[in-house]
Design a protein around this ligand. Structure first.
Ligand code: AMP
Length: 195
């Protein structure tokens, strides 16, 4: 089993690249943002509580997302590997994920970190808002808040994984296909090292 974290700020292309990666490598895609949006669509109490935080650009509590990931890991015992997208977003989430994977006798194989400058991120989110229907994309103040939360709470997650030499930085500006090729090259290399 090979597990991957696709890491990077909001708007760095994690969702777009995840779709291509799951098709190529048949990973089980675990996006906490998608899981939360599905709770919102079903109007569950968890979804309603999460929506008010997401609309402000704030993070949903660690216990909530860790619980969702724990359930998803239990429900998918026979997969090739997991692609985590938008999770972990805090050091506490990263520590919880390490424990959950350890319990399942597996671990993170690589953390691929998409590098995109801040102004490019804002312009991508503005464009995405035109088609995504995501209320958290539409307002520039919320976008700035998400980037602020990213710098403060999420960036330290990269250092957590740097300790075990798992982080590979990838240029996230360029064509979708070129970025996908860069990601695939690293994944192939890391997979061959892990067998
Ligand atoms: P995303 O689709 O990954 O951009 O996530 C959209 C929003 O969902 C974020 O701005 C957060 O409010 C919430 N969210 C998604 N994943 C997490 C997470 N791992 N921890 C806390 N909040 C999350």
């Amino acid at each position: 089993m090979f597990n991957l974290i696709l890491f990077g700020p909001p708007g760095s292309g994690k969702g777009t690249q995840s779709e291509k990666l799951i098709e190529k490598y048949k990973f089980k895609h675990l996006s906490t943002g998608d899981l939360l949006r599905s709770e919102i669509a079903q109007q569950t109490p968890l979804g309603m509580e999460a929506k008010s935080l997401m609309d402000k650009g704030q993070l949903v509590p660690d216990e909530v997302v860790i619980g969702m990931i724990s359930t998803a890991l239990d429900a998918n015992k026979d997969v090739n590997g997991f692609l985590f997208d938008g999770f972990p977003r805090t050091t506490a989430q990263a520590e919880a994920l390490d424990k959950l994977l350890d319990f399942n006798k597996t671990s993170i194989g690589a953390v691929l970190f998409l590098q995109v400058p801040e102004e490019e991120l804002i312009s991508r989110m503005v464009n995405r808002a035109k088609t995504s229907g995501r209320s958290d994309d539409a307002d520039e103040n919320v976008q700035r808040k998400r980037l602020e939360v990213y710098s403060r709470d999420t960036l330290p997650v990269a250092n957590h994984y740097r300790k075990s030499d798992k982080v590979v930085e990838i240029e996230g500006v360029g064509s979708v296909d070129d970025i996908f090729t860069s990601l695939s090259t690293i994944i192939d290399k890391k997979m061959s090292q892990s067998v």
